[in-house]
Design a protein around this ligand. Sequence first.
Ligand SMILES: NC(=O)c1ccc[n+]([C@@H]2O[C@H](COP(=O)([O-])OP(=O)(O)OC[C@H]3O[C@@H](n4cnc5c(N)ncnc54)[C@H](OP(=O)(O)O)[C@@H]3O)[C@@H](O)[C@H]2O)c1
Length: 325
Amino acid sequence: MVAAVRVHKVGGPEVLTYEQIEVPAPGPGQLRIKQHAIGVNFIDVYFRTGLYPALGGLPFVAGNEAAGEVLEVGPGVTEFKRGDRVAYVVGLGCYAEERLVPADRAVKLPANISYEQAAGMMLKGMTVEYLLRRTFKVEKGMNVLMHAAAGGVGLILCQWANHLGANVIGTVGSKDKADLARANGCHHTILYREEDFVARVKEITGGKLCDVVYDSVGKDTFPGSLDCIRPLGMFVSFGSSSGPIEAFNINLLQFKGSLFATRPTLNTYAAKREDLLAIANDLFGVVGSGAVKIPVNQKYPLRDAAKAHRELESRATTGSSILLP
Ligand SMILES: NC(=O)c1ccc[n+]([C@@H]2O[C@H](COP(=O)([O-])OP(=O)(O)OC[C@H]3O[C@@H](n4cnc5c(N)ncnc54)[C@H](OP(=O)(O)O)[C@@H]3O)[C@@H](O)[C@H]2O)c1
């Protein structure tokens, strides 16, 4: 038996239940992993509340990202062996001391990346890779707006976009978060709970507006985000921390300047193994070179997963949060 955090009914953080579960031997194509660090992500909240349904039904082990060592490989696995250091983003099952992972979703960790860094960056950092390199190719001199710039995805995106030579504008919920975002490559910060972020973006860009807006806040920043984008620019809605954006008339994109809009997810971009490996290698490259640092700013024992969720949801965290089994 191993310790895990399960959800028996969807709801608030209190439904995260620390208990013992069985982990069977790995089946064909599977790895049994001893987990060393587990990522906490906003998507974990969406599953816990039922906004995203758990495909396997209830109960489920929460969590979508972790890093650890291979204990045992199942039949047919040739790419990994016992003792390999690996990390992965896998739909649910990660808040546990040990787990089974499909081998084709695991990535070997380079020696210069620690388990804690990996748990703080696989989901968030690979998301940043596809957002900046695939969904919209950010180039030198472009104006980029990132909402929640001091968050887990936010701090990684600010550093990476800065590294690409973009002019990075970030919205944040407090002055401390503004300082942190600026220390992580964000050139201009906007306190969007106090300031009109659309007016500030116009001012900062001298009326040119942004080539791309990365919006994970959702309800509270829509449709304002569209007014921050130059004609023919790109609106990337990749999360809904404040609640989902309601259905809107697509003609709005015409009136705002023939905008492009997309609602991407890492699952699609990393669906093929070769893409997963390419995205992960790109991330390992910028982290390995020091261009992007992974700020793991909150660490909790696994049994305190509910506390981690409360703090994430109440906007009390910055950078990445991890659980330690
Ligand atoms: N589509 C994908 O592939 C993908 C992958 C990873 C993450 N995401 C999305 O990216 C977003 C960031 O994820 P994360 O794990 O790094 O979380 P995070 O950004 O560290 O935390 C969420 C942040 O959102 C801001 N926020 C604004 N309104 C909020 C509200 N009403 N309640 C709570 N927070 C609010 C807060 O920052 P301020 O205080 O500064 O406002 C808060 O710190 C999430 O929406 C997540 O779903 C999407």
